[in-house]
Design a protein around this ligand. Sequence first.
Ligand code: NDP
Length: 332
Amino acid sequence: MKTQTIVLKSRPDGKPKESDFGFVEDTLKALSSGEILLKLQYVSVDPYLRGRMSDAKSYVEPFEIDKPMSSLVVAKVTDSKNDKFKKDDMVTGMLPWKKEQISNGENIQKIDDKDVPLSAYLGVLGMTGLTAYLGLTEIGKPKKGETLVVSGAAGAVGSTVGQIGKIMGCKVVGIAGTDEKVDKLKSKFGYNEGINYNTTDDMGAAIKKNCPDGVDIYFDNVGGEISDAILFNINKFSRTINCGAIAVYNETSTPKSVSVRPFLIKNSALMQGFIIGNYADKFGEARKQLAQYLKEDQLTYEETIVEGFENIPSAFMGLFEGKNTGKMIVKI
Ligand code: NDP
């Protein structure tokens, strides 16, 4: 059987471009005992994959040139010689961008669509939902009445953080890149206020206006100048969760930013880097809580679905253009 794989063709210089990805066709062998045949159904594209396209040292291994790229996916078992899986089972796991592929069944979990659609396992019940919940609760430690600011607020992580902050009794202010997204922050994701950073000249003043009591928690998904502006508004004992820095992922030189130290000292403030993988022991509990919020209609989510295996690279690149609201997912 023929299959298609997306490989890393070249390491991007600045923003990733189409020619950094390559399409390779190869032939799958027949299944051996213990193996299953998988067909991709949904593929998650995520900003952190940009880091894996570079060869700089990081918390995850870089992709290798001419080798498959990978991410969290949902796949269907189309044939099985493994007792643990049967034809038509659905699974999720970190798998290569390979349309059909053979697996030994390790490091994948069975899922079903009884309670939520399968794609939700890539977003609200997947890595981004867990990031939102654990980043906010473990580092942000929200208290009723506090002010929580979220950047990248209309994205997969941000749209979930805002709603959880609201459930926990915070006043929630979101920052996003278009007026439509800002409207949605308030109409769908429960944010009290929203700021469009693309049409705001003075972000420091906008934060001050929207957070008259100052900022107690900052969930930072973007880094860069937006996050610098927050520093001028943090409260005593405030907590900043450094979750992502998409505004600088494509920089080719070390970005300049405001020196954080005086702000942290003056305010006895905490700023902590967050990597979801460090909280693996809490995934079960967190997923249970997220599922409960969904069941009780306290939590909602949105997906931007791009169709077609060949469009995985463009969907990924779209993240850097703000083309998604909620989770960016490719349906195969
Ligand atoms: P999103 O769904 O938020 O998608 C990315 C969004 O970022 C875009 O829609 C866009 O929205 C915004 N954006 C793009 N470029 C810029 C820019 N230059 N300045 C400001 N905003 C920009 O992605 P995720 O929710 O999956 O991830 C959010 C962040 O969290 C990322 O930085 C990601 O790397 C990080 N992350 C970190 C994890 C960890 O363990 N540390 C785990 C998961 C995610 P807009 O239109 O508003 O600009």
